[in-house]
Design a protein around this ligand. Sequence first.
Ligand SMILES: NC(=O)c1ccc[n+]([C@@H]2O[C@H](COP(=O)([O-])OP(=O)(O)OC[C@H]3O[C@@H](n4cnc5c(N)ncnc54)[C@H](OP(=O)(O)O)[C@@H]3O)[C@@H](O)[C@H]2O)c1
Length: 263
Amino acid sequence: MTKTILITGAGSGIGRDAAFALAARGHRVLASTQTQAQADALRAEAGTRGVALEVCKLDITDAADRAQVLGWPVDVLINNAGMGESGSLAEVDMARIRQVFEVNVFGTLALTQLALRGMIERHTGTVLFVSSIAGRLPMPFLMPYSMTKFALSAAAAGLREEMDQLGKGVQIAVIEPGAIHTGFNQQMTERKYAWMDEKSYFYGQAEAMKAKEKRTFAFLEARSTDSIVAKIVQASEAARPRLRYVAPWAQGVMVRLARILGV
Ligand SMILES: NC(=O)c1ccc[n+]([C@@H]2O[C@H](COP(=O)([O-])OP(=O)(O)OC[C@H]3O[C@@H](n4cnc5c(N)ncnc54)[C@H](OP(=O)(O)O)[C@@H]3O)[C@@H](O)[C@H]2O)c1
């Protein structure tokens, strides 16, 4: 059965690849992007590839942009849009922490509440939250981001029980990608070096940290989004999705082990 699927942050990376994969399976995909320039580029790419994508600008922190969802018959909302932020919690500016929560948690939740109205009224719908394995394991120096993903994973689990209790057929699930090479991790880790000066507690360690981050992501990152896109497709199409979908598989196992060992 084909569905109407709204995906946020579809201008790049996992969101863009998931939008194309879902459209290829015959779904009506509303691919939304943060900026109009991204929307124009995505529309042009869809045209070149001969894929039927409906594209619009939807900055999830903008109330007027979010309100568009009230006019759309969304069967599946994929909350994929997100930003990264890094630095030690001992010193990172509170404004940076607020900003990343504004996008990853508050914007996501505000859009979800609007989409839920129609879903609850129609007694059907699925909301997917793209969280992260950083929402299952605390990641030092990525904590501004990691905290938002802990919040999102917890929100999804709680909302799932609330929707089950309401009994209107609305499904909630969490997508937890491991490290995937989209450029997101590099941008996120770099952000702290824009403000870490000699006053930073970690200034003397900055060069070693940079080198370690480079090695870690070169080792960990999956080169393609295929495994997580397959999970997004699976969860979008399921009548009763599982609570969590993790990919790549090996990183999911690592997280489980780390949690068992109490890391
Ligand atoms: N790649 C990974 O290793 C990884 C791992 C775990 C989880 N994730 C999660 O997966 C999701 C997609 O990430 P990705 O790796 O595909 O990186 P990405 O290419 O940077 O995708 C994130 C998208 O969200 C957009 N976005 C940011 N703020 C927005 C806003 N206010 N409104 C609408 N869109 C907004 C970004 O637009 P701009 O380009 O304009 O900023 C970008 O297109 C994110 O939620 C991320 O946290 C990624």
